[in-house]
Design a protein around this ligand. Structure first.
Ligand code: FAD
Length: 259
């Protein structure tokens, strides 16, 4: 396995830092290759601006068009191109981050905004009346797998079906489906630790054991069965799920999961 770990926490000795370190040592000890993007240590620039696209930047700036032109011309900035190369090198991508305001830290969102450029992660394939590109199951990152490893301060009950925060699968859906599945990555069920702000050393031992087990079974873990866009489940061109395909008692985001 070739694993790219994208890690977002400002403190190397944090819980997230420990989980990232454990992932590196566990995977390498099992004979896998690992590359880490430590976004804070890299001082990753999270904001999109015209300078990202050099001479390909339009004026006034149109981000989508400029991003695609710079990608096509091989003129994206070296930091972005290096991250795209790591994604193409990897067969597995792990994202390690704390849940901040119900989503990923801003530095990681900024990594997505800049690295998942037009023509690389979106705007791929034919777009016409019958086909809306290669995405959701197809695309540049097809054939690769991704997994979120997330720590949450709140207890698990707050993230259960009736919990006040909403189910964790719903909260993570925009990342799983909208960011990872969109450019073709198969998405593995997330590894989530709850109640982490009060985690004791003993609880860490249990968490580390569970994390090690997940890491060592990545290759045999089934992905979340999201419905692919171009294989018959959706009406063309509305891209609405066809009637009667939903499973009984399931709605909202669950519509887009097959079983
Ligand atoms: P740390 O603070 O580094 O550590 C957490 C605990 O683990 C500490 O007590 C530490 O001693 C212990 N620990 C035990 N063993 C180890 C070890 N070997 N290595 C490292 N640490 C160990 N939570 C939510 O649920 N929902 C939210 O929307 C949310 N939003 C937030 C927004 C912001 C801006 C912030 C700052 C926090 C938010 N939180 C939220 C809480 C956040 O998710 C947690 O603080 C975070 O997940 C804890 O991870 P950490 O790596 O920062 O932990």
């Amino acid at each position: 396995m070739k694993t790219h770990i994208v890690y977002a926490h400002p403190e190397p000795h944090s819980l997230n830092g420990s989980l990232k370190d454990l992932a590196v040592t566990t995977l390498e000890a099992a004979g896998h290759e690992v590359q880490v993007s430590d976004l804070y240590a890299m001082n990753w620039k999270a904001v999109v601006e015209a300078a990202d696209f050099g001479e390909q930047a339009t004026s006034p700036l149109q981000v989508v068009r400029s991003s695609g032109a710079a990608y096509d011309a091989g003129a994206l900035t070296p930091d972005v191109m290096a991250e795209q190369e790591k994604l193409l090198w990897a067969d597995t991508v792990i994202f390690q981050f704390p849940l901040w305001w119900y989503t990923m830290p801003a530095i990681l969102k900024g990594w997505v905004d800049r690295v998942f450029s037009y023509h690389f992660a979106y705007g791929v394939g034919v777009h016409d009346e019958t086909r809306y590109g290669e995405r959701f199951g197809e695309g540049t990152l097809q054939g690769r797998r991704a997994m979120l490893s997330v720590t949450a301060g709140g207890p698990e009950s707050h993230y259960s079906d009736r919990g006040i925060n909403g189910p964790i699968d719903d909260l993570l859906f925009p990342i799983h489906h909208g960011i990872l599945y969109y450019p073709g990555l198969e998405v593995l069920p997330p590894f989530v630790l709850y109640g982490t702000d009060r985690m004791t050393a003993d609880e860490f031992k249990d968490a580390a054991k569970a994390w090690t087990e997940r890491l060592l079974s990545l290759e045999t873990t089934d992905p979340i069965p999201f419905r692919p866009q171009n294989f018959g489940d959706y009406e063309i061109p509305s891209l609405q799920l066809k009637p009667n395909l939903e499973l009984p008692g399931r709605g909202s985001f669950d519509l887009h999961v097959r079983a």
